[in-house]
Ligand binder design. Structure first.
Ligand SMILES: [Zn+2]
Length: 127
């Protein structure tokens, strides 16, 4: 195959093909030459064909993570007189003259509700 003689007009076409996103192979067909001839010319005049187009960057929404809701202590509470067998026995100081207890449903076999069960066991574990 005859070596392609490049001129400014052809360089202009080459540049147009490259910038329009054609691959070296496609441009080679346009010029009736080989892919390597196109690649060599592009290299010489500083062109780069987008034979491997960059994958589009997905717009990743910022995830702030699913923060588990902070477990609040159950709202107080019941007085001693209101206290029943199934009520959590965790004492709560409400600043009121009468002593309040949690009053939430006890865990089976425990004196405390789920929240205070873990509170008391964490305290015990850290002691
Ligand atoms: Zn409780």
């Amino acid at each position: 195959m005859e070596t392609l003689k490049w001129n400014t007009e052809m360089d202009g076409r080459l540049r147009a093909f490259v910038t329009s996103g054609k691959s070296y192979g496609q441009i080679a067909k346009e010029f009736g030459t080989t892919r390597s001839a196109i690649a060599g010319r592009c290299n010489r005049i500083g062109l780069k064909a987008s034979s491997q187009p960059l994958p589009p960057k997905p717009d990743m929404p910022l995830e702030y993570g699913h923060v588990p809701p902070v477990q609040d202590p159950p709202p107080a509470g019941v007085t001693f007189r209101q206290l029943r067998d199934s009520h959590c026995r965790f004492p709560i100081n409400n600043g009121k003259p009468e002593y309040f207890f949690c009053g939430e449903q006890q865990l089976p076999g425990e004196s405390y509700c789920e929240f205070h069960y873990f509170v008391t066991h964490e305290v015990a574990a850290n002691a």
